[in-house]
Design a protein around this ligand. Structure first.
Ligand code: ZN
Length: 128
């Protein structure tokens, strides 16, 4: 799939500047190919991390992903759905991280006949 990480949400790991980070090719090691980034503000390179570090997603993206997960949708389809409907590229690991983190919300969602979760918007789940 043609899912690109939203660069607006990539934060420089050194100076924590948003909006200054650009893609600079891939860096390979033995096992993985990681996207390499370059920060125009401080001029340093770094590679992507596990998907949720340094990246923020709106609460409605998270709740939607959890809702779909609760409905039994496979991770790769959740990813596609979020990308198509919300414009965010998320990693499987990110979804599982949310599932872990918001387990209580998720079990509420599983119990509830209808979806979801207005509550999350009032709480501090913006920062991941
Ligand atoms: Zn920087």
């Amino acid at each position: 799939m043609t899912c690109m990480v939203d660069m607006r949400d990539t934060i420089c790991i050194y100076c924590h500047q948003k909006d200054k980070v650009i893609l600079r090719g891939k860096r390979k090691n033995k096992y993985t190919v990681k996207q390499q980034y370059w920060c125009r503000r401080c001029g340093r390179y770094f590679v992507e991390r596990d998907g949720f570090e340094g990246t923020t997603y709106p609460p409605d993206v998270i709740t939607k992903a959890l809702q779909l997960y609760a409905e039994g949708m496979p991770l790769n389809r959740i990813r596609d759905y979020i990308y198509q409907h919300k414009g965010y590229c998320i990693y499987d690991g990110t979804i599982l991280y949310w599932v872990e983190k918001y387990r209580d919300l998720l079990s509420q969602a599983e119990r509830a006949a209808r979806p979801l979760i207005k509550k999350v918007k009032k709480t501090r789940h913006n920062r991941l």
